[in-house]
Write a protein of this length. Structure first.
Length: 202
């Protein structure tokens, strides 16, 4: 996040909290601020998942971008998993819990992801120590753009309020591309060629 966006986000957070405004709405606003000031796609995605992980008190928050031609999900940003796995973890939509969220086009929750029949292990991420899983599809005009995932090491069931808050934030990201060139359409458009260049170099 650049200096201006960081300062504005911190100032807004302090002002809203002191005035007693709903912190969930503040979180949506802060995600919007990150998108509005985005200059670099990878930094923008890192800032979004870091913000969500921090505010929602999650050990892991990751964003997987969906590529419709190959029908694959690629890890595009993460807070909590090994950052070296970004761009390297790729799964088909019929693989893993994240793929399952795209298949169902609705949130997928697992109290113990490692025991779920759709769980797929990627050793490069270091995710084996995280048990609970919640994946929420990123959608724009009914078209899947990706999946937002949060994880914790403690086995837990996510509340309806937490699921609603994640859906609200990811819907905000998904719909920003319709009116803001720095929104999700821009994110996906920039991410795909970057990943192609990265894959060619490996």
């Amino acid at each position: 996040m650049n200096g201006t966006a960081t300062e504005e986000t911190r100032a807004a957070r302090s002002t809203r909290r002191s005035s007693g405004h709903n912190w969930g709405l503040l979180l949506i606003e802060d995600v919007g601020t990150i998108i509005a000031h985005a200059q670099d796609v990878r930094a923008c995605l890192r800032d979004i998942v870091s913000l969500l992980a921090d505010r929602l008190d999650m050990e892991v928050c990751s964003l997987y971008v969906y590529e419709p031609q190959s029908r694959q999900l690629t890890l595009a940003a993460t807070k909590g998993l090994d950052p070296a796995s970004v761009g390297k973890v790729v799964m088909r939509v019929d693989e893993g819990l994240s793929g399952y969220a795209i298949e169902k086009m609705e949130p997928v929750m697992a109290v113990d992801a490692l025991a779920h029949p759709r769980y797929k292990y990627f050793p490069e991420t270091g995710e084996e120590r995280y048990h609970s899983f919640l994946g929420v599809p990123v959608v724009d005009k009914r078209e899947p753009l990706g999946v937002l995932v949060v994880q914790t090491s403690r086995r837990r069931r996510f509340t309806r309020d937490q699921i609603r808050l994640l859906k609200a934030n990811i819907q905000h990201v998904g719909q920003s591309g319709s009116s803001n060139p720095a929104g999700s359409v821009w994110i996906v458009a920039c991410w795909m060629p970057w990943r192609s260049r990265s894959s060619a170099c490996r």
